[in-house]
Design a protein around this ligand. Structure first.
Ligand code: UGA
Length: 435
């Protein structure tokens, strides 16, 4: 099959490379000429484990191309994917669809023969109808079907998520379009991935409902963690105790500093707006948005309280800045709130992150970015573990203790054991573990 992928952001690039690896011929298209020329030189604009190699392999095997020109690829495509950004619109939480609509208009005139136009971008319910109307209006002779095919990729694990998904969701009423989509995902039949073909609006809603539900799960366990601290319980054991119930499931029950990233914050907000626009108040989603935003701010207060209520003049080291490990993505990362609040309280910040310090440099001021974890903690009054990168899980704790000015460790990801840390002479705090 021939695929044109409009948009070489995170989703477009990963999906394009993976479809090529399935054996399809894929052209990834982007207006940003410098991005395309970098990609043609083998440079990947994002950090995603395995992506560089996957792109290189499929480029070498002549199944993956990058171009600023949509015409040729769209004309010959069986499926054109729209994978452009849908950022939150400034001022309200609605998803900004201008890039999606622009892409629809642009491809409309180029379609040649029956083509499936797939929205991969996360779009509000009903967007497929609008994309269809735009294409039909721009090119009344076009023969096409608009299909919704949401992505469920996690940053840092995106290639595996694409190639071994729990399910593929395809939103269309049209059998011909469904057949093209089944053919595109055919390699997944081997591992019996369920392909759910449903109506387009239902598919669009599945994406938001999935992300919102995961955000609910995280926020729920974060609140239970707060309660654990107050009543003398252990949140990790609570998670295990409830997660073993198959109806609940053990995933996404790690308490932490609050969810971040480019998806959950944006998508929960957008779903809330979709609800409001449809006169259906989504109280749970609204609470989750509020509780999570407050939690990120309160993490700095937790650090300050642990250090005796006053951090003015103290040096605090942060380990990890990205919103989660294995990505350089800093969007909505809890570290942003933590740094700014600690600085407001008069603390000096040193920090180390394996890959996100460049990104972080655009978002934080007056932070001393360090060469490694031990450099960051040197002479600091406390270290705060913000992101659970593997390399922070097995630090040389003796070296940590001697490097710090005072042996204060605040572990916001629960990667160390409280009794072990106490036995080693640390003053240690974590999330939801009173013992
Ligand atoms: C999320 C979803 O997991 C993907 O399925 C979805 O495709 C993607 O959004 C999207 O809409 O594009 P992602 O944002 O990459 O993926 O990251 P997650 O691994 O889901 O983590 C999100 C946040 O939740 C992180 O800040 C993470 O630290 C936090 N989290 C996650 C917890 O605090 N506890 C957990 O148990 C799990």
């Amino acid at each position: 099959m021939r695929v044109a992928m409009i948009g070489t952001g995170y989703v477009g690039l990963v999906s394009g490379a993976c479809f090529a690896d399935f054996g399809h011929v894929v052209t990834c298209i982007d207006k940003d000429a410098s991005k395309i020329s970098a990609l043609n030189d083998g440079q990947i604009p994002i950090y995603e484990p395995g992506l560089q190699q996957l792109v290189a392999k499929n480029v070498a095997e002549e199944r993956l191309y990058f171009s600023t020109e949509a015409a040729e690829a769209v004309r010959s495509a069986d499926a054109v994917f729209i994978a452009v950004g849908t950022p939150a619109r400034r001022g309200d939480g609605h998803a900004d669809l201008s890039y999606v609509f622009q892409a629809a208009e642009e491809i409309a005139g180029l379609l040649d023969g029956f083509t499936v136009v797939v929205t991969k971008s996360t779009v509000p319910v009903g967007t497929g109808d609008e994309v269809e109307a735009i294409i039909a209006r721009t090119n009344p002779h076009a023969e096409f079907e608009v299909v919704s095919n949401p992505e469920f990729l996690r940053e840092g694990a995106a290639i595996n998520d694409f190639k071994r998904p729990d399910r593929v969701v395809v939103g269309t009423d049209d059998e011909r379009a469904a057949k093209v989509m089944r053919e595109l995902y055919r390699p997944l039949y081997l591992n019996e991935t369920p392909i759910l073909v449903t109506q387009r609006r239902t598919s669009e809603l599945i994406k938001y409902a999935a992300n919102a539900f995961l955000a609910v799960k995280i926020t729920f366990i974060n609140e239970i963690a707060d309660l654990c601290e107050k009543v003398g319980a252990n949140v990790q054991e609570v998670s295990r105790g409830i997660g073993l119930d198959n109806r609940i499931g053990s995933k996404f029950l790690h308490a932490g500093p609050g969810y971040g990233g480019s998806c959950f914050p944006k998508d929960t907000l957008a779903l809330s707006k979709i609800g409001a626009d449809a006169d259906t108040e989504l109280k749970i989603v609204n609470s989750v948005i509020e509780v999570n935003a407050r939690r990120k701010r309160r993490m700095a207060d937790k650090v300050i309280a642990f250090l005796g209520g006053d951090v003015a003049g103290l040096t605090i080291a942060l380990l990890g800045l990205s919103f989660k490990p294995n990505t350089d993505d800093m969007r909505e990362a809890p570290s942003i709130d933590i740094v700014s609040r600690l600085q407001e309280a008069g603390a000096r910040i040193r920090a180390f992150d394996p890959v996100s310090m460049d990104e972080a440099g655009h978002m934080m001021r007056d932070v001393l970015f360090c060469d490694g974890p031990y450099h960051a903690i040197e002479n600091a009054d406390a270290v705060v573990i913000v992101t659970e990168w593997d390399q922070f899980r097995a630090l040389d704790l003796e070296r940590v203790k001697t490097s710090l000015k005072a042996p204060n460790v605040i572990d916001l990801r629960n990667i160390y054991d409280p009794s072990d840390m106490k036995a080693r002479g640390f003053s240690y705090a974590s999330i939801g573990r009173a013992y």
